[in-house]
Design a protein. Structure first.
Length: 427
């Protein structure tokens, strides 16, 4: 069988007990496999007079049949971007494939370097963010790292004053905790990019991707079945992307950095970007690889983190619970990386400082299922329609008008900030 990249994409919904927040009985987990000791750091955001207290932790996965396997996760925290005390960056990168560790570390270093060196960053953060992802992807392709069947996810949060810009490719995740009176609500800042999402499914199909799970590829199940249930409750192999006449690459995600082979069937490094203006009700945000979210819901992660005053303890508890669940359900563990950033001292009096300066989209409080139907409005809708029509005609000159209109409908409110071209099409 051809090579399969990407991890099992099971998502287990939280139980009532999980979401009730009763995690105080969790014991500190064995730190044997921790690669970085968690430390507490603090940075002040002077423009709005609040502070970010943050901690990070990465833990090597346990692979009984590959004891020497490298940790393919990495993370990056860079404060005072461009020397500005109000601009800070947090990112987690989950590599995959034979050279996943190399891809992850390359992107960890170069993405923030390119972003930091962009003179337009503060004037147009969306454009700068998008350009940084595409430039990093191009540099990885041209580097000595073999990214033919390797790459990395990237979930990143750029803090600019009281605004969060969240850029994502892949299935790592960012989530923010919101004080909603008598409870703390988890609101996802990113949407996992997998074939479970209809908009992503439709997009890669236009590039010629076959979307099948392993049983379908091996001829054990009807390949015409194009429904795999709900991502959170799916307990089988997830839908994967395959070239038209081959059994590769088998990616279970639809966006990444690297993966040059998968780019030909629609996998792209163009990030989806969401924007959130912070308010006093925002308590903290979590940025983590799918080693955390594989068996823990966003709400469960937020509930656990909320029980600890020190983000170091929260990181350790969440990583430990994730590690335990992996061993219970798969007799192995994925690499686990988590960054927790607490928001301290933000008041209503400071929020008006940048009102009107930045177009932003307040997050909507919706369930994970409802969120799949939500996409982010960031730029002018008319521009998007024209841009999409142009892109489709470039991709497939003979594509039917019906398919064009279907694609425009799917992507009408997409958060892509630039057209995505197949490799063989000149920009």
């Amino acid at each position: 069988m051809g090579r399969v990249m990407g991890k099992c994409c099971n998502r287990y919904p939280s139980t009532p007990d999980e979401d009730s927040g009763h995690h105080r009985g969790i014991k500190p987990y064995n730190s044997k496999h921790i690669l970085t000791k968690s430390s507490l750091e603090l940075v002040h955001v002077a423009s709005h007079n609040f502070s970010l207290h943050y901690s990070s932790l990465t833990q090597h996965g346990y692979y009984p049949d590959a004891a020497e396997r490298k940790n393919q996760d990495s993370f990056c925290i860079k404060t005072h971007i461009q020397g500005n005390p109000n601009v800070h960056f947090f990112g987690v990168f989950d590599g995959h494939g034979e050279y996943g560790a190399e891809c992850s570390n390359f992107v960890k270093d170069r993405l923030v370097e390119i972003l930091s060196s962009d003179p337009t960053l503060l004037d147009d953060p969306l454009k700068a963010y998008n350009s940084a992802f595409l430039a990093t992807n191009s540099e990885l392709h041209n580097s000595e790292i073999d990214d033919v069947l390797s790459g990395t996810t990237a979930i990143t949060v750029l803090v600019v004053g009281d605004i969060l810009y969240v850029a994502n490719v892949g299935d790592s995740r960012a989530v923010i905790a919101v004080n909603d009176g008598d409870r703390i609500v988890a609101e996802d800042l990113s949407m996992d990019q997998t074939p479970f999402r209809k908009d992503e499914y439709d997009r890669v199909k236009l590039y010629g991707a076959r979307v099948l799970d392993i049983e379908q590829v091996e001829g054990l199940k009807d390949p015409n079945i194009q429904h795999w249930g709900d991502e959170e409750s799916n307990d089988g192999d997830p839908p994967r992307l395959w070239v038209p006449n081959g059994m590769y690459p088998g990616t279970a995600f639809t966006r990444s950095v690297g993966d040059s082979t998968a780019e030909n069937i629609g996998v792209t490094a163009v990030p989806e970007i969401s924007i959130v203006r912070l308010t006093p009700s925002h308590l903290f945000f979590v940025v983590a690889s799918d080693g955390v979210f594989q068996f823990l819901s966003s709400q469960t992660v937020v509930n656990m983190a909320a029980e600890y005053k020190d983000p170091r303890d929260a990181c350790a508890a969440i990583a430990g619970e994730s590690y335990k669940l992996w061993l219970e359900r798969e007799n192995r563990t994925d690499d686990i990386t988590i960054v927790i950033v607490q928001i301290k001292g933000l008041s209503n009096s400071g929020i008006a400082a940048t009102d009107g300066d930045v177009n932003y989209m307040p997050r909507m409080r919706v369930s994970r299922k409802e969120q799949r139907g939500i996409v982010f409005r960031i730029q002018d809708s008319l521009w998007r329609i024209v841009s999409r029509l142009r892109d489709i005609l470039l991709m497939r000159p003979t594509i039917s008008l019906l398919n064009i209109m279907k694609f425009v409908k799917v992507k009408y409110f997409s958060s892509d900030l630039a057209p995505v071209y197949p490799k063989h099409v000149k920009k």
